[in-house]
Design a protein around this ligand. Structure first.
Ligand code: ZN
Length: 243
């Protein structure tokens, strides 16, 4: 069965910063979507902030199994109605959500986490990141060695103000000395949520084979299985199976 994945992207940096435009001429969303399209299990589409309703209409979300989210400079421009709709889709209908890099500060992620989601950061082109696998055998790190290195990335450092994750599958160390919980998962209602840290817009991170592998794995893992159907409301006595 195919997984319908919608790659959502703010898509603003590419239009204003020539460095980003050169790195990602079709936008970060197309770099991610282009990789996912190589795997026939995925039915891939994209949506961006400047489309009507931020590209996330009821119909679009009803036809999305997993949503990936990259935002940075325009979190505040995402309409609250869209945020509510996305969160409801996750918690009530089991849509998977993969939050990437600076998406940690998106309204959607903050609403689902209930914390500030703040962290320390430093933009320094000499920063090197090593991502260490902390849950060997977890489906999200399938095919990944015990670590991988990104020669140039933005630094994110602890403390990362998130609720205690259900799983931390990757921890990063940076050449500047900081560490960070770079790969985390949570469940909210019927939905699975994944956070994956790397992906600063001025670095070619979304061409890195390990990064793309983790994204691909995370989308598969977060897809609804159909087993998380939530049932609520009044329950009459007498339902117990007679023996
Ligand atoms: Zn960044």
């Amino acid at each position: 069965m195919s997984i319908r994945v919608t790659v959502w992207h703010e898509y603003r940096h590419e239009k204003t910063n020539p460095v980003v435009a050169k790195l990602y001429p079709q936008g970060i969303h197309e770099a991610i979507a282009g990789h996912l399209r190589k795997n026939k299990v995925f039915n891939v589409s994209t949506a961006t902030l400047d489309e009507p309703q931020a590209g996330l209409t009821d119909e679009k979300l009803a036809n999305t199994d997993v949503l990936t989210w990259w935002g940075h400079t325009a979190h505040g421009d995402v309409p609250d109605a869209v945020v509510d709709r996305v969160c409801e889709r996750v918690t009530q209908h089991g849509m998977g959500l993969l939050v990437l890099h600076s998406g940690h500060f998106s309204k959607v992620f903050k609403k689902l986490m209930g914390t500030s989601c703040d962290l320390k950061w430093r933009e320094d082109p000499t920063e090197r990141e090593i991502l260490w696998v902390t849950r060997p055998g977890h489906p999200i790190v399938q095919g990944i060695d015990d670590h991988f290195i990104l020669d140039h990335e933005e630094m994110y450092g602890e403390f990362f103000d998130i609720p205690e994750p259900e799983t931390v599958y990757l921890i990063s160390s940076f050449s500047g000395g900081e560490v960070f919980r770079s790969g985390c998962t949570w469940t909210r209602g019927a939905g699975k949520i994944v956070y994956f840290r790397p992906g600063h817009e001025t670095f070619p991170t979304y061409y890195d084979a390990n990064v793309l592998k983790v994204i691909e794995n995370a989308v598969k893992w977060a897809a609804p299985t159909g087993e998380n159907v939530l049932k609520f409301g009044n329950r009459k006595r007498g339902w117990v199976e007679k023996t």
